[in-house]
Ligand binder design. Structure first.
Ligand SMILES: *Cc1c(COP(=O)(O)O)cnc(C)c1O
Length: 463
């Protein structure tokens, strides 16, 4: 073979210093575990799982530098050194001057929703996120989806499926008036659409429109580095920019942001609000004392804030973020190569199986994605999760299931935890499940919690 045509191998951009053995189980073990867990992968015990792709939230492997940072935790109740390091890092990397730490993302969502939303307000967003929408609703707001239509179509290959449809925003303003819209909630990337990015061109246009009407944009920047990678890779004019510069530019169009540090920022726990408006900051600082902890720790230990500050810097390094996203794409392309229906293009943190196309014979009210996630676990101990009718919940007015257009199983890749060989095993598991798809039936829900039911609902398999 000619030298030029040889495949160039790729390898993870890190060495492994500490290992955690994983445990294999038998099919019998797994069937028993599923029955005990009510066929909900959230209710399995970690020791029953072989490769855990439930979520990339708080499951990252920290670097040696982060672990070193854990040893210099300043556990003072007030004014911890680590808070100031975190604050300075957020100021430099994202450009927001004011920081309120919280225990994780939803702590920040709770506070910002209560500060900004009045009962009866409408909050536009580029597709809902489970905890984000719930906090907006609990504060008295109504969520309105303004994402482009392509986002709801798993087969559309649009490169920026997270983009906002500006016409939908204009219609909302015309219908409700700008004074009933306290802010626009912009997610980058859009988790529920399949980890799909938003383009900078769209953010700039949106900023123009919102500024005209005096509506601030607040950013859910939980996965902003992944979004920046896609912009660099796909958007005209950004190929020579650094990830850090792109991240900074995205934030520059927004009035504030909330973040779950458990994703991009490579920590096991942590989050914060980052703001520009002094008055919003004062109210948020006041509320954080009630719900999270003093405004210089917000429910976190000093060492956690230190690890997050270091993780934020690592998250915008090109080698890290490209390896992270490319690993997800590698898995997605491999799964799809045998004809398995997935959401395209592959997103930044997960591969999403299209459960409607995988199990077309199962009605959506029999929860095909929930059943499929359980069957994948049964096949080989790989844990995934549902993002469909169960996650979406019920319409509070009618009590009916939402039956969202996207009925998906999410195969989520933790950062720096698994190797390419683990990805190969996962793809083979999906193929084996695909081969026996015609025998797979639906589920009956036998226990349903009131809020975020997907975490704790229990099911019985239809035989
Ligand atoms: C995880 C996540 C949140 C919530 O953060 P937690 O740390 O889990 O509370 C909010 N928005 C997005 C996009 C997320 O992925």
């Amino acid at each position: 073979m000619a030298r030029e045509s040889r495949r160039r191998s790729w390898a993870e951009p890190f060495k492994i210093k500490v290992v955690e053995p994983v445990r294999m189980t038998t099919r019998e073990d797994r069937r028993r575990a599923l029955d005990e867990a009510g066929w909900n992968t959230f209710l399995l015990r970690s020791r029953e799982v072989y490769i855990d792709l439930l979520t990339d939230s708080g499951t990252s492997a920290m670097s040696d530098r982060q672990w070193a940072g854990m040893m210099i935790g300043d556990e003072a109740y007030a004014g911890s050194e680590n808070f100031y390091h975190l604050e300075q890092t957020i100021q430099e990397v994202y450009g927001y001057p004011l920081v309120v730490p919280t225990h994780q993302g939803r702590g920040a969502e709770h506070i910002i929703s209560k500060v900004l939303i009045q009962p009866g307000d409408v909050v536009p967003g580029n597709m809902y996120f489970t905890t984000t929408r719930l906090h907006q609703e609990l504060a008295g707001g109504t969520f309105a989806d303004v994402i482009i239509d392509e986002a709801h179509d798993p087969s559309s290959e649009h490169p920026f499926k997270g983009d906002v449809d500006l016409n939908k925003v204009e219609q909302l303003i015309a219908k409700h008036g700008a004074d009933r819209i306290p802010y626009l909630s912009l997610g980058v990337t859009v988790n529920m659409a399949g980890g799909q990015p938003v383009s900078l061109a769209n953010i700039k246009e949106l900023h123009g429109l919102c500024s005209e009407h005096g509506i601030p944009i607040y950013l859910d920047k939980t996965r902003v580095a992944e979004n920046a990678y896609f912009i660099r890779d796909r958007e005209e004019g950004y190929a020579d920019k650094s990830i850090a510069d792109i991240v900074h530019e995205i934030c520059s169009y927004t009035e504030g942001a909330w973040m779950s540090g458990k994703k991009d920022a490579l920590v096991n726990i942590g989050g914060y609000l980052a703001l520009r408006d002094q008055k919003v900051f004062e109210e948020a600082s006041n509320m954080v004392v009630v719900y999270e902890g003093l405004h210089t720790y917000g429910g976190l230990a000093g060492r956690d804030m230190e690890a997050m500050a270091i993780g934020i810097r690592e998250s915008v390094e090109y080698d890290h973020i490209s390896a992270r996203v490319r690993q997800v794409i590698y898995l997605g392309e491999k799964i799809a190569s045998e004809g398995v229906p997935i959401v395209k293009p592959v997103g930044g943190h997960a591969v999403f199986l299209d459960a409607r196309a995988f199990l077309p014979h199962v009605d959506q009210d029999d929860y095909p994605a929930q059943r499929l996630a359980a069957e994948i676990y049964l096949e080989s101990g790989v844990r995934t999760m549902e993002r469909g009718n169960v996650s979406s919940g019920r319409n509070p007015q009618t009590g009916e299931n939402f039956r969202p257009k996207l009925e998906l199983v999410r195969i989520t890749i933790p950062r720096r935890v698994y190797t390419q060989s683990h990805m190969d095993v996962v793809a083979e598991t999906i193929w084996e499940t695909w081969d026996r798809r015609s025998e797979i039936k639906g589920l009956d829900m036998v226990f349903e919690p009131t809020y975020l039911r997907f975490f704790q609902a229990r099911f019985r398999p239809q035989e």
